[in-house]
Design a protein around this ligand. Structure first.
Ligand SMILES: [Zn+2]
Length: 293
């Protein structure tokens, strides 16, 4: 918790120097970030207790939209359309403040199918059924609760300091970041055509290997893109005592997992970063049956 609170204060300050006018404004900002901290900590705990999976950020986005409206932002909800036509829970909050650059600051909103075992008094106890019909725990294990808290803290500072900057601030709540489809969904729903193309974009993410209280900044792409595939191994089922009469897809799958690891080590240029992970593997129903797939 300490690390997270410190990061809230620190990252809330990161956006502001882009438009702050003087060193005095910086120290003033640190003081007001400190003043915001108790309320922001409660916001953080509320979001942490109430995680929602990717594509299901209904309550989360509504909460964020409500808070931003209270701060005077013009908020549009349900921005985004997935490739399969499903409407997304993306939000866009705009604060216009005269002529000047357009700055976009982005938070993500979704949580992960992870059972929380932290034992914290504000730990998530949420469970839900995932897209595969399995019962799963839900937890903000990637820090998107923190990112939303930072966005709200930044939104408040910017709204209360309109005399210190000019331009247009555009805050977005991005859905389904964990499935790498929420940003595309917002762009496909004409994000920039409808709300304007930003001159600058800030996307923050917490980083457990960075020291508490520090901010790391990098221009341009930072994290890798990713994609995922589902592979089905088909065999010929039978009794476990008669393997010669069937074709065992479990053995095939085990071989495939090992061979697939050589794609990165043997086929990718060593200068190019690449990772291949098999995240789930399922097969069979009983110890003495060779499954068909
Ligand atoms: Zn994340």
């Amino acid at each position: 918790m300490l690390l997270r609170v410190l990061v809230v204060a620190a990252v809330a300050a990161v956006a502001f120097p882009l438009v702050a006018q003087s060193p005095a404004a910086h120290s003033d900002l640190a003081a007001s970030a400190q003043r915001q901290l108790p309320a922001l900590t409660e916001t953080y705990k509320h979001l942490h207790r109430n995680p929602e999976l990717s594509r299901h950020e209904e309550q989360t986005s509504a909460y964020l939209a409500g808070e931003l409206r209270k701060l005077g932002y013009t908020v549009t909800e349900h921005v985004g359309k997935y490739a399969d036509g499903v409407q997304a829970f993306g939000i866009v909050a705009v604060l216009e403040n005269g002529a000047g650059p357009r700055l976009l600051i982005r938070t993500d909103m979704d949580a992960l199918p992870v059972v929380e075992k932290t034992g914290l008094d504000y730990a998530s106890t949420v469970t839900t059924t995932n897209a595969q019909g399995q019962q799963v725990g839900v937890m903000h294990a990637c820090g998107h609760d923190l990112h939303m808290t930072v966005l709200l803290g930044t939104a408040r500072e910017m709204a209360s300091r309109k005399s210190e900057w000019h331009g247009t601030l555009m805050l977005i709540g991005q859905p389904a970041e964990e499935q790498v489809e929420g940003a595309a969904a917002m762009l496909a729903d004409h994000l920039y055509e409808r709300f304007g193309r930003p001159d600058f974009v800030i996307a923050e993410h917490d980083m457990p290997d960075a020291p508490a209280g520090s901010i790391a900044v990098k221009g341009g792409p930072l994290m890798a893109g990713s994609t995922s595939i589902t592979v089905t191994m088909r065999g010929i089922g039978g009794h476990g005592s008669r393997p010669e009469a069937g074709k065992d897809p479990i053995v095939l799958a085990a071989e495939f997992v090992l061979v697939a690891q050589t794609i990165v080590s043997r086929q990718i240029d060593p200068q190019q970063p690449a990772v291949l992970t098999v995240g789930t593997i399922h097969g069979g129903t009983k110890f003495n049956i060779i499954p068909t797939r």
